[in-house]
Design a protein around this ligand. Structure first.
Ligand code: SF4
Length: 468
C-alpha cells in the first residue's frame, strides 16, 4: 500500500518515542508558539483529490536538530461528511502519523509536537509529501466515508498566518457547542481507546461535562465518531445507573473500564482525583496535582515551561500521572473540563485549587468563581510551598479552613501533621518491599501516615534523615 515511502508503516510503530538525540528535526512542540492541525470538511469542488502541498521549506530543507513552526491542514469531502466529524477526523492525524516508522506525533490541536527520527531521514524520509501520501492512504482505507482528500503541510509563509487563527476559532466553536448540555440529560457517554497503544489500560470517558483529556474530543464528537465508524476506537457507553452523583460513578462506565482495561481498572469516579480517579494516557492538556502541605490542588498545563510551586516541572508530574494508572492526587485533564461545573466536583472544585500558571488563570478567568480566583496563587505569587502557604493564608483561601488551625502556620513538609485523614500523603504506582528473600510489590499503594521520615539508604536510624 505504501511502496513510495522508504520506511515501514504499521501499527507496530505506534507508541514509538524519539528522543532528542535521535531526532532529525522537531516540528511544533514546546519551543514553538505557533503550531496546529486542522481538518476541514469542504465542498467537493474545493478539493484536488490526492494532492499534497508543502507551504514553506520541505523536510530536507530544515536544519537538523532545530524546532520549527508547523501546521497540518487536511481538507476532505464526502456526501455523508458533516462538520460535526471534523474533530474526530482530526484526532486520527495522531494515530496515523504514529504508524510511520521514525515519526513521533504527540498531543493535538494547537499543541502538536512532531519529531522525525534521524534513522528514517537517512533512509530517505525527506519530504512531507511522503508523509502526506501515507495519511491520504490511511484515511481512505479506514474511513470510506471520505470521498476526496487533500493535505497541506505548512512550515511558514502567509498561509500559516491565515490558517493558524482559523484553527483556533474552529476549536473554540466546537468546544462551545458542547457547553450547556449536562451529564444527567443524556443516557449515553462515549469511550475512546485511541491511546491504548501508549497506555493499554486507559480509556477516556467522554461526557457532556467531562471533555476528553486531550481536549480534542467533545461528547458531540464522540457521538459523531461512534456513528461514523461503529467498529472504531470511539464507542458508546450506556451510562447505566448513577451510583454517586457527587463523585460521578456510573455502572455502565465501570463495566466498560473493566472490560477495556482487561480488569486493571474496575471503578471510575469521573469528577474526582481521589478514590478511583479517571485514568490518564499521556495526552492530557493539563494535570491537577495534590499538594498535601496545603490540602489543595495545583494545576499545570503542558505549555508551562517552568517548575511548578512544588518544584516539579510538567514533564516530571506527567510521569506520575500517565500510563493508564489510577494514581490518587495526580489527574490528567483538559482545559475544557475545567470550564465544567463537574470539574473536580467531589474534591471541592475550584475551591480546592490553590496554584496555577497565570496564562491559564487568565484564560479561564470567566469560569473561576471571583471570590476564589483572587486567592489562587500563580507563579508570580508563589514559587515554593512556604510562600504558597503564606499567600493562601493572607487571601483566606477556602483550603485554609481545613488546616488544623488557620491561625497557625499551615502544615508543612517537616511536620506531616494536620492533613485530612481521608487523603493519602503519598501515592506510589508500584512499591517493592524486600525482606527475607522475597519481594512483595504493592500496586497503587496509598500511604496514610502522621509522619513520613525519608533517609538515604544506609543512613543510621537516628542520622541523615529528612522528615517529609
Ligand atoms: S486522550 Fe483520550 S480522547 Fe484523546 S485520543 Fe487519547 S484516549 Fe482518545
Amino acid at each position: 500500500m505504501f511502496e513510495d515511502i522508504p520506511v515501514e508503516v504499521g501499527l507496530i510503530h505506534e507508541g514509538e518515542r524519539i528522543r532528542k538525540e535521535d531526532m532529525h528535526v522537531e516540528l511544533g512542540g514546546p519551543k514553538v508558539p505557533g503550531k496546529f492541525e486542522l481538518v476541514l470538511v469542504r465542498d467537493p469542488g474545493a478539493i484536488t483529490d490526492g494532492s499534497v502541498r508543502v507551504v514553506g521549506p520541505d523536510l530536507d530543507m530544515l536544519e537538523p536538530g532545530k524546532s520549527y513552526q508547523f501546521g497540518i491542514l487536511i481538507e476532505v469531502s464526502g456526501e455523508k461528511l458533516e462538520e460535526d466529524l471534523e474533530g474526530v477526523l482530526e484526532r486520527r492525524i495522531h494515530e496515523y502519523c504514529n504508524y510511520i516508522q521514525g515519526v513521533m506525533h504527540l498531543n493535538q490541536r494547537y499543541d502538536i509536537w512532531v519529531r522525525i527520527g534521524k534513522k528514517s531521514f537517512s533512509k530517505g524520509l525527506k519530504s512531507f509529501r511522503q508523509i502526506g501520501s501515507v495519511l491520504i492512504g490511511l484515511y481512505r482505507n479506514e474511513l470510506p466515508i471520505i470521498e476526496k482528500i487533500q493535505v497541506t503541510f505548512l512550515t511558514g509563509g502567509d498561509e500559516f498566518d491565515t490558517y493558524y487563527p482559523m484553527a483556533r476559532e474552529r476549536y473554540e466553536a466546537r468546544d462551545s457547542r458542547a457547553r450547556g448540555l449536562s451529564d444527567e440529560e443524556v443516557d449515553t457517554f462515549y469511550g475512546c481507546a485511541l491511546c491504548q497503544s501508549f497506555a493499554p489500560s486507559h480509556i477516556c470517558v467522554i461526557t457532556p461535562q467531562r471533555y476528553a483529556n486531550c481536549g480534542a474530543i467533545s461528547w458531540f464528537d464522540g457521538r459523531a465518531a461512534a456513528r461514523m465508524d461503529p467498529e472504531g476506537p470511539i464507542f458508546p457507553i450506556a451510562k447505566g445507573e448513577c451510583i454517586d452523583p457527587e463523585s460521578g460513578e456510573y455502572t455502565g462506565v465501570n463495566e466498560h473500564a473493566r472490560k477495556r482495561s482487561m480488569g486493571e481498572v474496575d471503578r471510575i469516579w469521573l469528577y474526582s482525583a481521589f478514590g478511583y480517579p479517571h485514568t490518564s494516557c499521556g495526552c492530557f492538556e493539563a494535570i491537577a496535582f495534590y499538594i498535601p502541605e496545603v490540602e489543595g490542588f495545583g494545576i499545570v498545563h503542558r505549555r508551562f515551561s517552568g517548575p511548578t510551586v512544588n518544584g516539579l516541572a510538567f514533564s516530571t508530574l506527567a510521569d506520575s500521572t500517565a500510563g493508564g494508572r489510577q494514581i490518587e492526587g495526580f489527574h490528567g485533564l483538559s482545559l475544557e473540563y475545567m470550564r465544567s461545573v463537574k470539574f473536580l466536583k467531589a474534591d471541592g472544585g475550584w475551591s480546592a485549587v490553590v496554584w496555577m500558571p497565570s496564562e491559564i488563570k487568565e484564560l479561564l478567568g470567566s469560569v473561576i468563581p471571583a471570590d476564589v480566583s483572587r486567592a489562587i496563587a500563580t507563579e508570580n505569587d508563589a514559587g515554593d510551598i512556604p510562600t504558597l502557604q503564606a499567600f493562601l493564608k493572607e487571601m483566606n483561601h477556602p483550603v485554609v479552613g481545613r488546616w488544623v488551625s488557620p491561625e497557625e502556620p499551615a502544615p508543612g513538609r517537616d511536620s506531616g501533621q494536620g492533613r485530612s485523614p481521608e487523603h493519602p500523603v503519598m501515592t506510589i504506582g508500584e512499591l517493592p518491599l524486600s525482606s527475607g528473600g522475597v519481594t512483595i510489590i504493592l500496586k497503587n499503594a496509598k500511604i496514610y501516615a502522621e509522619k513520613i521520615i525519608i533517609r538515604p539508604a544506609g543512613a543510621g536510624k537516628t542520622g541523615g534523615g529528612k522528615d517529609a
